[in-house]
Write a protein that binds this ligand. Structure first.
Ligand code: NAP
Length: 261
């Protein structure tokens, strides 16, 4: 039990990667709390977790709204008495060629994917500081670590806002690690490659999703798309005391992106 008696929050935890992390954390002994904007998915996830005997809660929290994030952290602390782990996972994409991208596209993506990480970390940090203990894990992307060919093989192209936000998450990780380290808080980052979740289909038809996955499989050193368990286990590593002497780091979990090595 690597998270026994810990209280772990995952933003965007009602779907995809966040949900996989929530399930794994619960099975490792944590009380888990979902912060998401999808009310029905929160309700379904919390119901399933509680039916399986886990301590779980979930609340609506729009990570782009500073007041929401502060209210959310206060609520979690009042309910569980601690905040040990925060996974900043909520994210959106709006792929559009650079020349056509609107100011609204840019603000929406940067708002969730970068400012949301800032707001949630700032809201959780005071509780972690008082405990002298905390683990923050940020979710970046392979697109935040290097530009890849992107407008072919089922990919719509135009990741300027998303890639900028995800690169920002990596630097935010380093600066938070520096500021929070003296208080016993580690801050690390995971940069996933391709994983099949609802976000993968948000800008693609089903045929384009399959074309995209096939293209990835051919170009990955491991020749296959990852499973959500393979990603959640790395998020767990940073969230647990197995990584107690690691901070400010970004680990790519991408099956070997040969197009960028
Ligand atoms: P997902 O299945 O779409 O899950 C994202 C969750 O975040 C959804 O429940 C979504 O709610 C929620 N959300 C969206 N905006 C929010 C907000 N303002 N406040 C709180 N929650 C919000 O996506 P995923 O694939 O699991 O992605 C999780 C993270 O991994 C993202 O940061 C993504 O950029 C990153 N990532 C994913 C991949 C991949 O291949 N899947 C690769 C690299 C990086 P709704 O359902 O209502 O939108």
């Amino acid at each position: 039990m690597r998270l026994k008696d810990k209280v772990a929050i995952v933003t965007g935890g009602a779907s995809g990667i966040g949900r996989a992390a929530i399930d794994l954390f619960a099975s490792e002994g944590a009380s888990v709390v979902i912060a998401d904007i999808n009310a029905s998915a929160i309700e379904a996830a919390v119901g399933e977790l509680r039916n399986a005997g886990h301590k779980a809660a979930g609340h609506m929290c729009d990570v782009t709204r500073r007041e929401d994030t502060h209210e959310f952290m206060k609520m979690v602390h009042a309910e569980f008495g601690r905040i040990d782990v925060l996974v900043n996972n909520a994210g959106i994409t709006r792929y559009r060629p650079f020349a056509e991208a609107t100011s609204e596209d840019w603000d929406a993506v940067l708002g969730v994917d970068l400012k949301g990480v800032f707001f949630c970390s700032q809201a959780a940090a005071p509780f972690m500081r008082r405990q002298g203990y905390g683990r923050i894990v940020n979710i970046s992307s392979a697109l935040g670590t290097g530009a890849a060919p992107h407008n072919t093989a089922g990919s719509p192209g135009g990741s300027a806002a998303y890639a900028s936000a995800k690169a920002g998450v990596i630097m935010l990780t380093k600066t938070l690690a520096r500021e929070l380290g003296p208080d016993g808080i580690t801050v690390n980052c995971v940069a996933p490659g391709t994983f099949l979740t609802p976000i993968s289909a948000s800008n693609r038809t089903p045929d384009e999703v399959e074309e995209h996955l096939e293209h990835r499989r051919r170009n990955l050193l491991l020749r296959r798309v990852g499973t959500l368990d393979e990603l959640a286990s790395v998020i767990l590593f940073f969230a647990s005391d197995q990584a107690s002497y690691v901070t400010g780091q970004t680990l790519s979990v991408d099956g070997g992106r040969s197009d960028r090595m």
